[in-house]
Ligand binder design. Structure first.
Ligand code: FES
Ligand code: FES
Length: 163
């Protein structure tokens, strides 16, 4: 099978590798780089457990070829906040009990990062619509919505404090 050299930045680190042309980005991240915070729930673009940020946009890594990510800047859940600290969304999911088993949580959080970047003060409906591509089997979604609302408030406060 054809091999291709790819170089990308993952969580601030430059990574170069030779990969098969059909290797999916989620497998590259989990198996080649041992970053298992990005989950695989369906492999068919339905559940959102594999969501990462690619050049700042949330992407389902199970339907993205690694070769297509050549030159990209990628953030996974492991790189969302400096070691030993929590991003406001991670803190809010903890505070608001936005997770039970936690399987959907990395993808849900990465999707919510993109959502809040584009809409820092979303309504409940906008949050529900915004995370509609991410499935959770445990929480019933109410606490996830509360988590995103808490994070939105925290991030607005942080932004205010820096101006
Ligand atoms: S594993 Fe990618 S959407 Fe389910
Ligand atoms: S917390 Fe279990 S699937 Fe969402």
């Amino acid at each position: 099978m054809a091999k291709h050299e790819v170089t990308m930045t993952i969580n601030g680190q430059s990574v170069t590798a030779e990969v098969d042309s059909r290797l999916l980005l989620v497998h590259f991240i989990r198996e080649n780089l041992d970053m298992t915070g990005t989950h695989i729930g369906c492999d068919t673009s339905n559940c959102g457990a594999c969501t990462i940020l690619l050049d700042g946009k949330s992407v389902k890594a199970c339907t993205y070829l690694t070769v297509r990510a050549d030159g990209a800047e990628i953030t996974t859940i492991e790189g969302l906040a400096p070691e030993g600290t929590n991003h406001p969304l991670q803190q809010a999911f903890h505070d608001q009990h936005g997770l039970h088993c936690g399987f959907c949580t990395p993808g849900m959080i990465m999707r919510s990062v993109d959502l809040l970047k584009n809409n820092p003060n979303p309504t409940e409906e906008e949050i529900r619509w915004g995370i509609s591509g991410n499935l959770c089997r445990c929480t019933g979604y109410n606490n996830i919505v509360k988590s995103v609302q808490q994070a939105a408030k925290e991030m607005a406060k942080e932004k205010e404090a820096t101006v």
